[in-house]
Design a binder for this molecule. Structure first.
Ligand code: NDP
Length: 309
């Protein structure tokens, strides 16, 4: 079997076109553009790239974006004050505080200070609680993006056994809630799970959100399964790359390692997964692209709900 590759690019572009259309409608009918405020503290290189792409995309889709970049030594109180100011501003629809934050800042308190109606990352306990009760809420972007990939690729979810490896608040847990809402039978695995391969290989839908390059191998995959790879890891060793990629990809990957010093890989071994799965998301070019698209969708959603439109 050779797996169908589920391109995140096409789906993300489709969602972004829909969001741009909605923004045009809001401007024409209601005279405003949704505004996303992004807060970044310090100089984390990956955060700078993520925030850059969020700000750029929101502007491309016709929204207003604000980038509040504070120095690494900013105090907890100052970040809290900025969040409260953004909460109080009527023109700001979405607030996103990019993680990780420097250690002097209490991440939990900052996330809890965000007005839940403006919490476009969906990390506030109110939104987490609403999600678990099946109420309308702002949903974390990465797992929401996985659902979009499944639905827009016409992969049935209801009645399927979905296994998620990983139980973080950002991916694994909300992923489980969303799959449950779609009527899948859900199992969550983690580092203490016994017989992980046996459980995973029962899944019609297998979601890997672990943070370990190529962890999911043939033994974890049921023949004909849909495998969703959320992981983003960098690999700089040519030897490891050769274990992960087949003839179709290895040359390109080795060239990337030579050029950039690393290549991005997921939590799934793509060489083995392609031979067993029916559907597979690639890394890069899969779930990662959906995360930003879903943030845009959440911002418009937050703007509509808060303004009662
Ligand atoms: P976390 O480190 O917060 O969680 C990892 C989870 O994997 C934990 O629940 C952990 O279990 C579990 N785990 C670790 N090792 C094993 C093991 N050997 N066997 C079984 N389970 C294991 O990571 P995140 O959820 O934040 O991210 C997961 C991956 O997704 C990362 O590669 C990250 O880069 C990527 N990611 C991608 C995004 C995107 O936009 N595509 C967005 C967010 C994350 P335990 O709880 O027991 O420790």
């Amino acid at each position: 079997m050779t797996a169908r590759i589920l391109s995140g690019k096409e789906i993300a572009e489709q969602i972004k076109r829909e969001v741009a259309e909605e923004v045009r409608g809001l401007v024409e009918k209601h005279g405003f553009r949704p505004c996303l405020a992004v807060v970044r503290v310090g100089e984390d290189a990956a955060s700078a790239v993520y925030v850059g792409s969020k700000v750029k995309t929101s502007e491309e889709l016709g929204m207003i974006s604000e980038h509040h970049h504070l120095p690494a030594e900013t105090s907890h109180k100052e970040v809290l004050k900025l969040v409260k100011d953004l909460n109080n501003r009527d023109d700001v629809d979405g607030i996103l505080v990019q993680l990780p934050l420097p250690e002097q800042i209490d991440e939990r308190e900052i996330l809890e200070a965000i007005n839940p109606q403006k919490d476009v990352d969906g990390f506030h306990p109110i939104n987490v609680g609403k999600l678990s009760q099946g109420q309308k809420s702002l949903v974390p972007c990465t797992p929401a993006g996985v659902i979009e990939i499944l639905k827009r690729s016409n992969i049935p979810i209801a009645g399927e056994h979905a296994v998620i490896i990983g139980r973080s608040n950002i991916v694994g847990k909300p992923m489980a809630q969303l799959l449950l809402q779609e009527n899948a039978t859900v199992t969550i695995c983690h580092s203490r799970t016994k017989n992980l391969a046996e459980i995973a290989s029962n899944a019609g839908i297998l979601v890997a959100a672990i943070g370990r390059a190529g962890f999911v191998r043939a033994e974890h995959i049921k023949t004909g399964a849909t495998v969703i790879d959320v992981g983003i890891n960098s690999v700089s060793s040519a030897e490891i790359a050769k274990e992960l990629f087949g003839e179709d990809e290895i040359e390109k990957r080795l060239n990337t390692i030579i050029k950039r010093g690393f290549t991005l890989v997921g939590d799934v071994n793509p060489k083995e997964a392609k031979e067993k799965a029916a559907n597979l998301t690639p890394v890069p070019g899969g779930v990662g692209l959906l995360t930003v698209a879903m943030l845009m969708k959440n911002t418009v959603e937050a703007a509509r709900r808060r303004r009662g439109i």
